[in-house]
Write a protein that binds this ligand. Sequence first.
Ligand SMILES: [Zn+2]
Ligand SMILES: [Zn+2]
Length: 282
Amino acid sequence: MLPYANLQEAETALGRELSGAEKLWFKYSAKQPDFLLYYHNLPLFFLFYTLAPLPYILVHLLCSKKTQIYKLQPKNYTFSDMLTCYTRVIRTYLLTVGFLQVFSYPVVKWVGIRTNLELPSGWEMSCQILVYFLIEDYSNYWIHRLLHCEWAYDKIHRMHHEFSSPMALAAPYAHWAEILLLGLPSFLGPAIVPGHILTFWLWFVLRQIESIETHSGYEFPWSPAKFIPFYGGAEYHDYHHYVGAQCGNNFASVFTYCDYIYGTDKGYRYQKAIFKKAKEKL
Ligand SMILES: [Zn+2]
Ligand SMILES: [Zn+2]
């Protein structure tokens, strides 16, 4: 909660006029306790989990024949399949992340996520989010790799791989233990480099959109993500789902460099080279 009764008091305390964004933040957050701002994460997750897959669902349901050439695997899901996946994800997140949020607030406060009126610049937010992506990608790589050992795969990770041909709604479809385990790398960046809660929200929203795009099952040539250096994308992660339990390739969540450095992309690159040669012969 902001320690100012009104805008004038805030401007006097800061010794300057507030920017438009700061005035908006004041109006929104002034009367809200900090723990309520932190609990925004779950509604934001539900909002973007509902909105971000919509373009892919519409493409799939309305123009499936025209966009078939961009589809990575031939399997088509019905509306009922999508609804089942959606309701299971919502239920699992309510019971795990919802439960965790109630008890993790003191940790978030302790690491120093701030809610004050001095908002971060665009540059500061971008740098922090880049760091969060790099930390998450590296930690996620190792946890995901461990989840492919026999015991962890059978008990936990198998559920995420039920979709051997991924679709956008299946991005967060996973066992509750996996959601908690892979949630840790997402919190690690903000814990090491704490920022404003707006950066914290934006980070989770961007990571979620990225994961939905990666699981979309479509590789569109006009995707802006293609311009991001070392970005994996849909085709990269689709291969991991396609091969399934025995897949020793493409463990990283966002970028490709971890798999390259640790040699866990050799099968994928070999298969890609074979497909390329076959295409050239046609
Ligand atoms: Zn996996
Ligand atoms: Zn996946």
